[in-house]
Each structure stands twice: as C-alpha cells, then as structure tokens.
Design a binder for this molecule. Structure first.
Ligand code: SAM
Length: 362
C-alpha cells in the first residue's frame, strides 16, 4: 500500500508515482490538495495578484503546430500585425493604468527585421514609462544573440511553453521537421535562463495522446529546470487544426479544467514562490475559471489590452473569451473577479518572481 494523499502532501519531495496520485485525486483528497496549495500561496506570495497587460501584437506565424488556431497552414483567419504606434499606445494604456508590466506575444517569426523591430519597441516602451513598465516577451524560439539583444533592451521575463516534455508526445502534436524540433525548444529555454531572464514555461493539459504520467513528468521537469514562472492551461480544440481529428479521444472539457487546477496546485506546492499565470483558456471553459486558479495557487493575470478589432483574429482555440471587450472592460471585470477570489490586485509594481531573486541571490 502506498501513502494516502494526506501523507503524500506532507512529503518534502514528490515522486513521480505520488504526483500521479495527486493528479488523480477526487473528493476529499482533492480538497486537501487545494487546501495545501492555497496555504502555500498565502505563505509565500500572500493574497496578491499582479497584472501583465497582454498585447497579442501579431498572429503571423511561421510554424504549423497541429493544435494552434494561428498556425501557418490555417487560411481561415485574417492575419494582422499591429503598427508600432498601436503597440506603444497599448503599452501607454498599461502604464497610465498602473499595470506593473506588459506581455508582448505573437506568432513565431525569426528574421533580422522582426528582431530589430522588437528591440526598438522595447527601448521605446522603456522610454514612455521612464523605465517603469516591466516587459515579458513570448515570441517563441530565437537564436541566443537575439534573446540577449532583447534582454539588454529591457525585456526581463520570457515565457516559452515547452507544450509537452515527453518528446514522443511533442512529436505527435507538431509536424516532424526541423522547424518543430523538441531539442531546439529545450535549448532555447536553457539559453533564456542562462542569459538572465526570469524564465517561464508550461504545457497544455488534456491533449490527445497525453497520459497522466506525462503530466507528472512535466511537473518534475519544471522543478528540475528550476523555472521562475509557469503558464499552463487546458488544451482546447480548434476546428481549423489537424488535431481536431482526434477530438473523440479527449477527456471532457470540465475534466481538462479540473486537471489544470490540480497541475497548478501541485506546482505551487513543489516550487513555493514561482509566479503562476491563471491562463485565459481556463475562462473559456468556466466563467470564473481564472478566479478558481487564483484561489488555489496562481498569482498572475493577463488582462488583454490588444486593440479590440484584432482580438477576434488571435483565436488559438475555439470560444476564446472576451474577444469583443475593450481594454477598460477587461480591467474592471478582472478587478471585480480578483476580489471574489479573496485576492488583491497590486498596481504599479512589477511583481517579479521571488523564486528568481532567491535563485540568483539578489
Ligand atoms: N509562438 C509563441 C510561442 O509558442 O512561444 C507564443 C504564441 S503561442 C500562440 C502561445 C501559446 O498558445 C502556446 O504556447 C500554446 O501553449 C497555446 N495554445 C495554442 N493553441 C492552443 C490550443 N488549441 N489550446 C490551448 N492553448 C493553445
């Protein structure tokens, strides 16, 4: 007989076997897991939540990930690329509204033009905010020199989801070619960490072909890699993607949602003080999904401040929420929601990962 959930939760380190058990917990056991993760969050982070104003500045992508609505091969959407002015106006909105940080996200493009454009934008964002606005980048795989340039220009956090740490699963959800190379993605993550970024990663939960043990492996990878930030969310199908063919083998959405909450709770307990995002995809399944995530361990929310007319075209999955809200709507809605989760939005602060400063001895 193995340990009970209560005994597992009291262990210093979680084994793969025990993580599997936690992921499968139900009823009172599940309640115990969430109780412990909320306590850890309260102890190491407090009731605080920080905003990252999310600017989805382009849906143009050179990759063809089999799950993603903005994949190159999807011709059923309008491609857009915000002008520099539009991006800077959104950044100014974030600054004027005392969001501590913004997150710039787009499809993946590697070119000298894109690299220089982002570098220049970073300098301008720092200038318009007197250096006060924190910046997270999430623009995919790049060469280390490019990451370094952007770091020097003021980006200090980078989110690059590995999507799945089991290479054979990774290969099933991506085309098998050099543009979708598992080892390169891992290498990019390492390069980001070596350069000095607060480094974030995560996976999708409830993918076709994914097992509970894969998810346990994902959590162990994140701990072992010593990430500073975690962004993971449920996989949600998109009708215009190849993975839609495997929808019949998916678990129901509400189970993917529940499993995501458990993943968040377990990583909070395993890593104590990292920053954890309450992903927008949670809200696509449950109207108060992000608030539930905040209650059990997440401490970062990403209000969408992309100009409204473009939001409909950044559809990574079906039923993406809030695509017709304005940035102002998004803020007041989130603020009310956060207080429902018994937490408080902290304005005017970066809300950096405590884990990062401890890890670096800062
Ligand atoms: N291209 C950049 C990268 O991969 O780092 C950032 C943009 S990418 C669209 C952002 C994230 O969206 C991906 O890392 C992936 O996890 C998530 N995503 C894409 N399709 C999804 C889907 N169908 N369901 C849930 N999340 C999805």
């Amino acid at each position: 007989m193995g340990l009970t959930i209560k005994e597992i939760l009291d262990e210093e380190e979680y084994t793969r076997e025990n993580i599997n058990k936690l992921l499968k917990s139900t009823g009172e056991d599940r309640t115990l897991l969430f109780k412990k993760s909320s306590e850890i969050k309260e102890k190491y982070i407090g009731k605080k939540v920080w905003f990252r104003g999310l600017i989805e500045f382009s849906n143009i992508c050179s990759k063809d990930c089999l799950y993603c609505g903005i994949r190159k091969g999807n011709t059923n959407l309008t491609r857009y690329n915000l002008s520099d002015d539009e991006i800077l106006t959104a950044a100014k909105f974030a600054f004027d509204n005392r969001y501590g940080s913004i997150a710039l996200q787009s499809g993946e493009l590697e070119s000298p033009f894109v690299a220089t454009r982002i570098e220049n934008l970073l300098y301008k964002i720092k200038e318009l905010s007197n250096g006060e606005l924190g910046v997270t980048l999430s623009v995919g795989e790049q060469e280390p020199e490019i990451y370094k340039k952007w770091y020097d220009a003021g980006a200090h956090r980078y989110l690059l989801r590995v999507e799945a740490t089991n290479q054979s699963l990774y290969n099933k959800i991506h085309p098998n070619d050099s543009k979708h190379d598992f080892n390169r993605r891992m290498k990019c993550l390492k390069n980001l960490q070596n350069i000095g970024y607060q480094t974030g990663t995560g996976v999708m939960i409830g993918l076709p072909f994914q097992t509970m043990d894969d998810l346990a492996g994902d959590l162990l990878f994140m701990k072992e890699f010593n990430i500073d930030m975690c962004g993971m969310g449920p996989y949600i199908e998109h009708a215009d993607t190849p993975l839609i063919e495997h929808s019949e083998q998916l678990m129901p959405l509400k189970d993917r949602f529940d499993l995501t909450l458990k993943m968040i709770a377990i990583i909070r307990i395993m890593m104590l003080d990292i920053n954890i995002v309450a992903a927008t995809a949670l809200q696509a399944i449950d109207a108060i999904g992000r608030e539930k995530a905040v209650k059990i361990g997440a401490n970062i929310l990403m209000p969408n401040i992309t100009p409204g007319k473009y939001r409909d075209s950044y559809k990574l999955y079906d039923n993406k929420p809030c695509t017709d809200d304005s940035a102002e709507d998004c803020q007041s809605c989130l603020e009310a929601r956060v207080s429902l989760a018994d937490a408080e939005v902290i304005y005017g602060e970066w809300g950096d990962s405590k884990h990062y400063s401890d890890r670096r001895g800062i």
